[in-house]
Design a protein around this ligand. Sequence first.
Ligand code: NAD
Length: 467
Amino acid sequence: MSDYKLLIDGALVDGASTMEVINPATEEVLAICPRGSEAQLDAAIAAAKAAYPGWAMVALSQRRDLILKLADAISAKRFELARLLTQEQGKPLPEAEAEITFAEAFIRQLVVHELPVRVLEDSESRRVELHRRPLGVVGAIIPWNFPVWLTLFKLPLALLAGNTIVLKPAPTTPLTTLRLGEMMAGIFPAGVVNIVTDQNDLGERLTTHPDVAKISFTGSTETGRKVMASAAGTIKRVTLELGGNDAALVLPDVDPAKVAPAIFDAAFVNAGQVCIAIKRVYAHSAIYDSLCRELARLAEEVVVDDGLKQGVRMGPLQNRAQYEKVKDFLASGHADGTIIAGGVVEDRPGYFIRPTIVRDISDGARLVDEEQFGPILPIIRYDDPDEALARANNSPMGLGGSIWSSDREKARDLAKRMESGTVWINKHLDLDAAIPFSGAKQSGLGMELAEEGFHEFTQVHVINEAR
Ligand code: NAD
C-alpha cells in the first residue's frame, strides 16, 4: 500500500502493483509508489477521451481560471513539494525551491494566451477564417531531471487549448508529480488530467494508442526516436524536446575571472543534468589556462552532499543508471584529457560525483562528442573562432549554445551562425515562458512555451465561406 495515488478519471487510485522510489543521496527507499498497468493506462486514456468533448466546450477563460487554481495550490504547498523533490530527485533544496517557484510562475505566464479567430480574407467573393481547435487527448512524457517544471511546460498549454491529458512521469521521479495529481483531482473535471506511473514500460503503449492525438515528449534523443516511430502509425502530432550537447564559445577578449562563475553555474546546476547545460567549452588559447584555472578553483569550492543539508551546492546524480553512465564519461576524461578538479567517485552511499574539470581534451573524445548529462566539463583549446564554431556545429545535436565576448558585434555574428534552437550571448540557460524553446537537428522537433508552443497543442481549422 502506498501513500501516493495515480489519478485516473478523477479518482485517486492505487496502482495495479507498486514500485520503490530510491533517494539518490542515500540509496535508501524513499517511498513505495503505485505502478500503473497497461489496463490502467488504457482506462486513463479512455477517461481523457470521454472528458475531451465537454472540456473543449468550456470557455477558454474558465479553463484558465481552473489552471490558475493549480498555481495557487502549488504555491500553498511549495516548501513541502520542494522537500519531496530534493528527496526523490537529488538536487539541493534551494534548487528544488527554485524549480517549484519557476513551475508556478510558468503556469501563470503560459495561461495568458488566447485563441482568437483570424480573418484571412473578407471580400465580396468569400470570407476565410482561421480557427484553432484542440487536438483531443495529449500524452505527456516527462524525464527525471526537472519532473515538476517540465510537466508544467506542457500541462497548462495543453489544457488551456482545450485538450485533455495523460501524464507519465519518469519511473525514478514520480512522487512530486503524484502530489500535484492530488491537487488536480480537486480542481479539474474527471478525466481532464490523468497521471499514470510506470517502470519505463508504458511509453510505447501511450505513444501508439489510437485514441491519443498528440505526444509531448521531453527526454533523450534515443527515446525520442522511438516516440516518433510509434507516433507514425496514427500520424500523431509530436513535440520532441530531446538531448543537447551545448557548446560555450569563449573568445579571447573576455576576462576569465569574470565569466567563469556564470559558465560554471550553467554547466553544473542540477549536477549537470540539464538539457541546456553547458556541456563543452571552447576556450581561446589566449585565455585557456586562466579559464581552466578559474573553473577548477570554483569546482573545488563546491560542497557536494545530500541536498537536504544546509550549504550544499551539488547533490547526487539522480539514479544509478545515470551514475554508471557518468562514471564511464569520467573514464573518457581520464583517458583523453587532464583532470584538474574532481575526477574521483566518492566512496560513500549515494550517487555522488564531484564537479570535474577536464582540460587538454578535444573533439573526437567521447566526453566532448556525446552528451554526458552529469558534472564533468571538458575545456577544448582553439585558436580561430570560426574554426571553433565549425567544430561546435559539427554535432548531431543543436539545443542551445552560447558566445562569450566583450565585442558585441563579433558575438552576434557568431551567434547567427551557431546551429542551435537558442543561442545566448554572455549568458547561458536563460529560459522564459514567453520565449519559444526548441531544438535544432536531433535535439528536437517542434516548440514549447510562448505562443508558438501553445499553437502546437492546436489544429488549424479553416472556415472558408462563399459570399
Ligand atoms: P529518457 O528518454 O530515458 O526518458 C524520458 C521519458 O521517456 C521517461 O518518462 C521514460 O519513462 C519515457 N520512456 C522510456 N521509454 C519510452 C518509450 N519507448 N516510449 C515513450 N516513452 C518512453 O530520458 P531521461 O534519461 O529521463 O532524461 C534525460 C534526457 O532528457 C537527456 O538526454 C536530456 O538532454 C533530455 N532532456 C531534454 C530536455 C529538452 O527540453 N530538450 C529537457 C530535459 C531533458
